[in-house]
Design a binder for this molecule. Structure first.
Ligand SMILES: Cc1ncc(COP(=O)(O)O)c(C=O)c1O
Length: 349
């Protein structure tokens, strides 16, 4: 079945029916990276600067939070319960948004993913006034359960907590990345470019929003997702499911399937949150050619994916590439020791 192609205005119009609070500096810039492109022998690479969304050092979750926290306020919440790893960019941006909106923020951060030095994002969580609890529960379903249980405890104590698990929150969050793709469509048009692909670190709502955005906006570019983590479920099927829930939320007939989700798990390395040599090379190259910082867990691995595709001629038609920089740079400070270790061959410019 052929679905109608929507314009960026149509997308904004549909999203405007949902509650939303302004948190992000939008639209984020789409900038050329000519010295980087030359250094990797690529066609022109453009960088969509979602590391510049503005809320306590930026990142993709600030777009998500415009919809999630508006929903919390609409439900009369007085506090938020949320969690992930100790170096979670999501939690740091959520703590910042809560501070701005006058909501208390309870964070349950698992040390399983990285150490619990008060550095990087964890330091910022404290500065932003979040109530930080370090726990030893793995990310994924066990941590989701813990968050729901903590919210229930707070509810019984007379509070009005807002909590979302991976089922309930992601369609709202994904709306923000359909909007982001609409921004890129308009910016690419005004820059006079027709990209071959958009690269992005994602295995959740960000990726689902981009996949749905491609379907509704009739974009022919590849949306090349590079996973930062191996979830214990089938990620393409899961992202297609979230994309379809998002379409339903927005009242659209469009549906996608797992085969529409172009995601690679080849750049994760030994585990989520580890520094890989390809990621480390990407950090150095982009920093030294464009003055732009990547983070080790997400964006460095996504850029390693872009570089690898270029080097292996997988995207060979000469059209520009867009790299969607989802932020995460405060984590660099928590990775000092790993980043100072020089165990790889540095072919730097
Ligand atoms: C910097 C960065 N990039 C990408 C992602 C992935 O986003 P999503 O889980 O929405 O796909 C995250 C998630 O925390 C992140 O912090």
């Amino acid at each position: 079945m052929g679905y109608p192609v929507l314009t960026p205005d149509d997308v904004r119009h549909a999203a405007a029916r949902l509650p939303r609070v302004p948190l992000a500096h939008l639209p984020t810039p789409l900038e050329p990276a000519p010295r980087f492109s030359k250094a990797i022998g690529a066609p022109p690479v453009w960088i969509k600067r979602d590391d510049c969304t503005g809320m306590a050092m930026g990142g993709n979750k600030t777009r998500h939070n415009e919809f999630l926290l508006a929903h919390a306020l609409e439900q009369g919440a007085d506090l938020l319960v949320w969690g992930a790893g100790t170096q979670s960019n999501n939690c740091r941006q959520t703590a910042a948004a809560c501070a701005k909106l006058g909501l208390e923020c309870y964070l349950y951060l698992t040390r399983a993913a990285h150490n619990d030095d008060i550095q990087g994002n964890l330091l910022l969580d404290h500065l932003l006034g979040a109530r930080v609890h370090i726990v030893d529960v793995p990310m994924g379903p066990p941590l989701d359960e813990l968050l729901l249980a903590k919210a229930e405890e707070l509810r019984r104590a007379g509070r009005r907590p807002y909590v979302w698990d991976r089922h309930s929150g992601r369609p709202r969050a994904a709306v923000s990345y359909v909007l982001c793709l609409a921004e890129i469509v308009e910016q690419a048009r005004s820059a006079g470019i027709e990209p071959a692909a958009v690269y992005c670190s994602a295995a959740g709502a960000t990726g689902a929003g981009l996949v749905l955005g491609k379907a509704v906006l009739g974009v022919t570019w590849r949306i090349r997702l590079i996973a930062p983590i191996r979830w214990p479920w089938d990620t393409p099927a899961d992202l297609a499911h979230v994309a379809n829930q998002t379409a339903e939320l927005l009242g659209w007939p469009h549906r996608v399937s797992a085969s529409d989700v172009d995601i690679s798990q080849d750049f994760i390395g030994p585990a989520y949150g580890t520094v890989t040599s390809a990621g480390r090379e990407a950090i150095d190259l982009l920093a030294r050619t464009e003055g732009i910082l990547l983070d080790p867990s997400y964006t460095a691995k996504a850029m390693a994916g872009l570089i690898d595709d270029v080097r292996h001629g997988r995207i060979a038609d000469g059209r520009p590439l867009v790299f969607l920089h989802t932020g995460g740079t405060p984590a660099l400070f928590a990775y000092r020791d790993e980043l100072l270790a020089r165990e790889y061959d540095r072919g730097l410019p």
